[in-house]
Design a protein around this ligand. Sequence first.
Ligand SMILES: [Zn+2]
Length: 315
Amino acid sequence: MLEQTSIIVACPECHGSLQPGVGTLHCPACDLSFSVNDQGFLEFMRDQTYCEKISTTEEKAGNQSSSGANRVDDEYVMPWLMREPFERVLDVGCGVGRIISKLAAAGKEAYGVDLPCLAGFWSQDENDPEKFFHAEASRLPFPDDYFDVVISMGVIEHIGTGKGHCTLPDDYRRQRQQYADELLRVARPGGRLLISCPNKSFPVDHLHEVKDMYSPDTLETRIRDRIYRRTGMNVHRTWGKYHLLSYGEMRRHFCEDGNGSIFIPLPLKGYFGLTMFESGRFKPLRGVADIYFNKMPRIARASFLNPYVLAEIRK
Ligand SMILES: [Zn+2]
């Protein structure tokens, strides 16, 4: 049915336009064909077995069903988006795609890409196959300078961790640079990016486990893992090779080595740091956390005092 659609996608290799065929899109320049999968979504992945190698995406999709994640969309992402006029948005690592659906309902042109592990969630939620695509974050099927806004939250710390969620190969920095360059490529000049991940400079992470199946079994890892099992807090190193990024590393990828022009550390107010204090073992700390998250002075945002990297980048 692709002949009748108005799908605007480009070849992820050469970024040129694609010609529709029966159930496929074809790039004449690269002689590559991209087809619709069993669930009805276009496939741009080079490696179809990618999902078997990673475990975080489905987990992330599951987390997005939580009310906390929903509140981040409503209380953080949507107000940030609405601060400036925009029409066309891309969410890279969109998970189940809730922001896309909200933006579509608001009359915006919103697209999402994620890995094929999401196909089940997408078809179950009846996501629009003209707006949702399976693609790698570092190889996007869109033309240059196309989006007013590109969002990619909780993704960069998983780029270059093909084996497990925290084991880094030697070239992980190069892979992350490729990802940053690709997000900047599809954003229009003057367009905005919203990027987030837990801050490497802050010594505690509650979003990622201490080890994966490839982590070396050292005394340090065993102690950290025990603390994590008891408290939910991953106490980690704040320097050197680690899968999280600091503000400095994020700025380097996007604005020093990449062609982003402005890097703004954003306030935490409304971000999901607070939802972890609403129930369970952290609830007694709610009052303190409230003050800490909502009143953090601007100057501390990009420091080790901030548990999250939340950055607005201007192309
Ligand atoms: Zn091509």
